[in-house]
Design a protein around this ligand. Structure first.
Ligand SMILES: [Cu+2]
Length: 529
């Protein structure tokens, strides 16, 4: 409960706590990071890695071969889906105290849900009517690198008044979302996000109801306005900015009405800056079909996954034949935060739905757990002389990064060693990966994902076969951690290609605090205000 106390006191006592925070980095925050679902510590007698190099090479080739077929074959060309997204200020009704001024795509939070089928091409024109630069990232979708929306890395942020057209053909069915990747601690918090659903036509008839809930939390003052202090040392050092009002689709605790016997697919998206959720469905036997849009090879228990910032969970259940109301709550802080209600009423439907559309092509990759990591990434936090936090991958804070080099089509194992006391949902752009071990213990997740929750002081190993070449951001999805430097770049090159060069990342605006200084970059220099 220590964590809860901190979260709720963040805004009121920020400055007072600043010094205390610094003291607590390595002590209380460690206990603070004891999230539910955390992995056990490695056993003392964990076997040393004994696989010889030649056998490792063979094993890697086998893993890459097992990966082939995970993704669907390239679909036949479909429709052209054109979308206009205008980023602008608007007002919405969140609380009785009054309308709340927010930033929106097309006047609503969330922005319009974009719905396509695999093979369709999305042509989305973003027009910036804000007073700040902005850009859109298509979270999870394997887009061409120059459509990925990270300013300074993949594109130039749109100045106020400018427009830019994103065009891509999503290759994978699933639940994805789009959001600003510019000044994220402010722009996500103000409401710049929406869902993009890529359907597999062969699956559509498997479900009677296909709904989306995008979760967010809001930090409002007594008049219902967003408190405009988006980034400070305290939220950066803890779990990001948390709000006390939780909404789904911009509404506190909405009701999803279904008929008795209907098979329901509810796509949950976490658009919060930092907060994570453990959704619990009362009496519905709900299970998880897909994580981060990637269908599992077998249904997953809700207890076995978290919905960290950036994650998606496709929850499936068959509505009971008896009418009634079923609460959906967040289990993180004592199961007392309502997320919504499933209301079962009306005429029943036939309850014979057959089997769930699972993905039998997910490799188990059990052999990967014993391999030597190709890349070691150590996550640390430091405090500069003015008591500002800097998160570092291998000693470096964005934009002064040491990029990770990966080769297209080649299996790679990445070890993420979190030496901070706080959790981090790490997101890799442009690729999906599989969790191999937690705390030195092999993990059997029957799905690939794009964002992984790493607990305080935890070591997690992931494996992937990158297919998309280019420069891809690898970062913490807690917006305030990313803005405190917790980002690096994965450079994926085709076999035999030259090592790519990194662009000047200082030209971008991934965070308000990352306006880089002139002159040589020094990982230890003060670049926070
Ligand atoms: Cu983080």
């Amino acid at each position: 409960m220590l964590r809860t106390t901190f979260v709720l006191t963040i805004t009121r006592h920020r400055r007072l706590l600043a010094t205390l925070v610094v003291v607590m980095i390595g002590t209380a925050c460690t206990a603070d990071g004891e999230a539910p679902g955390s992995a056990p510590s490695p056993p003392d007698d964990a076997p040393a890695i004994t696989v010889p190099p030649e056998a490792e090479r063979e094993a890697r080739l086998t893993l890459a071969a097992e990966f082939e077929g995970l993704y669907p074959a390239i679909a036949a060309p479909g429709r052209l889906v054109e979308v206009d997204l205008v980023a602008r200020e608007s007002v919405i009704d969140l609380v009785e105290a009054g309308p709340t001024t927010v930033w929106t795509y097309n006047g609503t939070v969330p922005g319009p849900q974009i719905e396509v089928e695999v093979g369709d091409t999305v042509r989305a024109t973003l027009t910036n009517e804000l007073t700040s630069p902005t850009s859109i990232h298509w979270h999870g979708i394997r887009v061409p690198n120059d459509m990925d929306g990270v300013p300074g890395l993949n594109q130039t942020a749109l100045a106020p008044g400018e427009s830019f057209t994103y065009e891509f053909t999503p290759p994978d069915p699933g639940t994805y979302w789009y959001h600003s990747h510019t000044l994220g601690s402010e722009q996500l918090d103000r409401g710049l996000y929406g869902a993009i659903i890529v359907r597999n036509p062969a699956e559509v008839e498997s479900f009677d109801v296909d709904a989306t809930w995008i979760l967010d939390d809001w930090l409002l003052d007594e008049t219902g306005q967003i408190i405009e202090e988006f980034f400070d040392n305290h939220v950066a050092m803890h779990h990001g900015r948390y709000g006390e009002l939780v909404t789904a689709n911009g509404e506190p605790a909405p009701i999803l009405t279904v008929r008795p016997g209907e098979r329901v697919r509810l796509r949950l998206v976490n658009a919060s800056n930092g907060r994570w959720y453990e959704p619990r469905f009362d009496g519905l036997g709900a299970r998880v079909l897909a994580v981060d849009g990637q269908t599992a090879s077998r249904p997953v228990r809700l207890d076995d996954v978290t919905l960290a910032a950036g994650n998606r969970l496709d929850v499936v259940f068959d509505a009971p034949m008896t009418p009634g109301a079923h609460a959906v709550v967040d289990g993180v802080f004592g199961a007392d935060t309502p997320l919504g209600t499933i209301l079962v009423e009306g005429d029943p439907v036939a309850a014979d739905h057959g089997t769930l559309p699972l993905n039998s092509s997910v490799p188990d990759w059990a052999a990967a757990a014993a391999l030597t990591p190709d890349i070691d990434l150590t996550i640390e936090v430091g405090v500069d002389e003015d008591l500002f936090a800097r998160f570092r991958f291998n000693g470096r804070s964005y934009p002064d990064v040491a990029p990770v080099h990966l080769e297209q089509g080649t299996f790679a194992k990445i070890r993420l060693d979190n030496r901070t006391g706080v959790l981090h949902p790490i997101h890799l752009h442009g690729q999906f990966f599989k969790v191999l071990t937690r705390g030195g213990v092999p993990v059997d997740e029957p799905f690939f994902r794009d964002t992984i929750f790493i607990d305080g002081q935890e070591v997690v190993e992931i494996g992937l076969v990158p297919l998309e070449t280019g420069q891809w951001l690898l970062h913490c999805h807690i917006q305030e951690h990313a803005e405190a430097g917790m980002a690096t770049v994965a450079l994926v090159r085709a076999p035999g290609a030259d090592l790519p060069e990194l662009p000047d990342l200082r030209a971008g605006h991934i965070g308000a605090t990352l306006t880089a200084p002139e002159g040589d970059m020094d990982p230890d220099e003060e670049i926070l205000p």
